[in-house]
Structure formats: structure tokens, C-alpha cells
Ligand binder design. Sequence first.
Ligand code: PD2
Ligand code: ZN
Length: 273
Amino acid sequence: MSDSQVTPDLRRWIAEQSAVGHKPETLLASMLASGWSAPAAEQALDEVLRGRPLAVDQTTGLPAPVPVPDLSAGAGAQVLATMLNPRVVVLGSMLSHDECDELVALARPKLARSETLELTTGSNAVHEARTSHGMFFAREENPLCARIERRIADWFGWPLENGEGLQVLHYGPGAEYKPHYDYFDPAQPGTAPVLRRGGQRVASLVMYLNTPTRGGGTVFPDVHFEVAPVKGNAVFFSYDRAHPATRSLHGGSPVIEGEKWVATKWLRERRFE
Ligand code: PD2
Ligand code: ZN
């Protein structure tokens, strides 16, 4: 069966049934009963479910939790605030001011209007919820990225290879990133191919590369918490399941005056290819 024969409706059905706890063999039996050939049904299931955490926590009905990074070694880390639920750690002096300036200088010539990944279609698109400009570095693209990535891996006890490349974002006055989750919604048909590159995102680190004159905080609306953007500081948060129960909803508040630069690092469950 070619990719195009797995229709969006079929993908959604498989994803939804799986998310509520039905095992692949149950889905296979239903598909066979409704006239699918065994090879086609098996391939469709494999395509949609590979890389997806299937387990469901029997007591809560939520997706079962997965291991996540946390500040483990953290030698040299200056912890300014922590929260347990959602898991949030605010760090002082994650980057030196020279590192911040150098990242901005490397990123500035490559900025383009930020896009969001549309999981309904699997493609990227400009969206009014995200009015920043940004760019991605490849992992270890240059010595500065490699040094920062090594620090993140050491501090959070998570393999460097499980990280996406650093993303640098620039927000001008009025620009914002409305509240969202960083994990990929398991119920969306575009999620399966994204998960194949390293599983779910399990944690985010937003590093502030400058201090905006006013506005531009990172907000966690479920717990009414806001992190002030201060040059060199960072906010880390993790989510052990792709579910709002993690309370990891967060956004970048509008910049009221001045500009805002951040570098974002996302950590995946497995090696990110
Ligand atoms: O720039 C931010 O503060 C911010 C807020 C929420 C960045 C992201 N999310 C992100 O890059 O995912
Ligand atoms: Zn985010």
C-alpha cells in the first residue's frame, strides 16, 4: 500500500483508537472485519503507530508517563525557581552574555517568518499565533552550538543526540507566541512521521539572548506563572506525556517595547535524526 492510500480519516481513526488504549491487534481485527486485506491493514497500522507510545495508564486513562530529563548534574547551574507540576526550572546564567551575542550574530542573517507545524497536514505554515522570525541550526552546526548543546546534555542528563538543533527566534514590538504545547498531538494524522525522527518531545529549554525593554515573558497559563526574560537566563520545562494533564501549556507574551531574542532547545525521547 502506498502512503497516499492511508487516508487522513483512517490515520485519525487509528490514532484515536490507539490513544484511548485499544491494542494494535484489536484495531487489526476491526479493519479485517470491515474488508481490509491483512497486508494493507498491517502496513497502515505500522505507518501510523510506529514510534507512538501505546501504553495507557490504567488508573487515569492517560497516556502512560515516559522518562524525561531533569536537572541532574547541573554543576554550575544557578537555580532561580522550580515548580513540580508543571515541572519548570528557571536558571540564571545558563549562557554568558558573549554566547548570547554570538548566537544572535550567527542567526540574524538567516531569519525568516516563523512557521508552525500543521499536524493535520504534516506541513509547515505561517500562523497568526506565532509572529516571530526564526531559524534552526543543525545539531553541532558550529563550535558555539556544540558547546551549548554539550552543556544542556550534561546539566539535564540527556543524550546530546536526543536534542533537536537550536532554534533562534526574534520578536519585534507586538510579536508573540500564543499559548501552545510543544509536544506533538498524538491524535493528529501528521504526527506519525514527526515521531519517527526521535519520538516525542519531552522537554523544552528557552534561553533568553537579550533582555526586552518591556514584555516578552514566558507564561504558563494553567498555573498563572510568568518567567521574566533576562539575558543569559533560561526556563526549562518537561512533559512526561503528550497530554494537557502535564499543565505544560506555555506561550511567549507580546513584546511591548524593544525586541526579544531567544534560543529554544527541544529534547526528544530518542536519538533525533
Ligand atoms: O519565546 C518564548 O518565550 C517561547 C514561548 C513559548 C518560545 C516557545 N514557546 C517555543 O519556542 O516553543
Ligand atoms: Zn513552546
